[in-house]
Design a protein around this ligand. Structure first.
Ligand code: ATP
Ligand code: MG
Length: 197
């Protein structure tokens, strides 16, 4: 099994690169942002709670987020070649919970792909995405708060994973295909596997 975390600031391209990873390696994809947006669209209680945090650019509280992630993981774990975690973990407690969950399933984290993009470009990309998709949290005020939250709560995870020898640094600027080539190369070097599904 190949379990990967896609890590990076908001707007760093996690969703885009996930699609390419799914294509190449036949992995399952869990995007916590997408899961939450689905709940919001359905108007569920959970969706209402999620919306109250997302619209302010804040993180969903750890325990709630961990429960949601566990439920998603349980849906697919029996029958998967591996999972891409996109947007999770975003805090140290979430990272610790992920390690425990994977260990309970007899699995482990193969590596963390860290997409690194300068802040000005992140803001530009999210403003563009907001215009194109109407995504509600892609407005300047919320974006600025998301970036603050990222630096305070999520960025420390980079050092957590460097310390564990799991962090693969990727330059997240350039063409989508060039970025993916770098990711695939680092994954295959690390795991010793070939690119076939
Ligand atoms: P990207 O553009 O790289 O896909 P993003 O930060 O713009 O990243 P999502 O990952 O879709 O977007 O997350 C959207 C929002 O959902 C976050 O700002 C946060 O409020 C909430 N969220 C998503 N994942 C988590 C998590 N693991 N813990 C807490 N809140 C989360
Ligand atoms: Mg995303």
């Amino acid at each position: 099994m190949l379990n990967l975390v896609l890590f990076g600031a908001p707007g760093s391209g996690k969703g885009t690169q996930s699609e390419k990873l799914i294509d190449r390696y036949g992995l399952h994809h869990i995007s916590t942002g997408e899961v939450l947006r689905k709940h919001i669209k359905e108007g569920s209680e959970l969706g209402k709670t999620a919306d109250s945090f997302i619209s302010k650019g804040q993180l969903i509280p750890d325990q709630l987020m961990i429960d949601i992630l566990r439920a998603e993981l349980e849906k697919i774990i029996a029958d998967t070649k591996g999972v891409i975690f996109d947007g999770f973990p975003r805090t140290i407690p979430q990272a610790e919970a992920l390690e425990t969950m994977l260990a309970e399933l007899g699995a482990e984290l193969g590596g963390v792909v860290g997409l690194e993009v300068p802040e000005e470009e992140l803001v530009e990309r999210m403003i563009q995405r907001g215009k194109q998709t109407g995504r509600a949290d892609d407005n300047l005020e919320t974006i600025n708060n998301r970036l603050k939250v990222y630096h305070a709560q999520t960025e420390p995870l980079k050092h957590h994973y460097i310390g564990k020898g799991k962090y693969m640094q990727v330059n997240g600027q350039g063409s989508i295909d060039d970025i993916f080539a770098d990711i695939a190369n680092q994954i295959e070097t690390r795991t010793g596997m070939a690119g076939a599904k």
